[in-house]
Ligand binder design. Structure first.
Ligand SMILES: [Zn+2]
Length: 97
């Protein structure tokens, strides 16, 4: 459960540090990127605590991550890209435990 908590906390910290004027809006966009976890529905079982999401699910593949990083370069998609990159980083940390 701690992992899910991080998915809310880290975007809140980032929004607070870099987007303080639009804190709530930024935070909502960042946590909205959690929808990439829908790709877990394609997997069997849907959730396996011992599985590393990164590199396993289609939207958590290294190709997908490359696209997310590209999104950072365009002002319009930057927040979405940021949320996705944070998401992947947090999922990746999970792979070490
Ligand atoms: Zn994920």
């Amino acid at each position: 459960m701690f992992h899910i908590f991080l998915h809310f906390l880290v975007p809140a910290i980032v929004a607070f540090l870099f987007y303080r004027e639009q804190l709530l809006k930024t935070w909502l966009i960042l946590i909205a990127t959690m929808v990439v976890d829908v790709d877990h529905l394609l997997a069997v079982p849907i959730y396996d605590p011992n599985r590393c999401s990164v590199g396993f699910h289609p939207l958590h593949s290294y190709y997908a991550i490359g696209v997310y990083v590209l999104l950072l370069f365009f002002p319009k998609t930057r927040l979405v890209g940021l949320g996705l990159v944070i998401h992947m980083a947090l999922d990746y940390i999970d792979c070490f435990f």
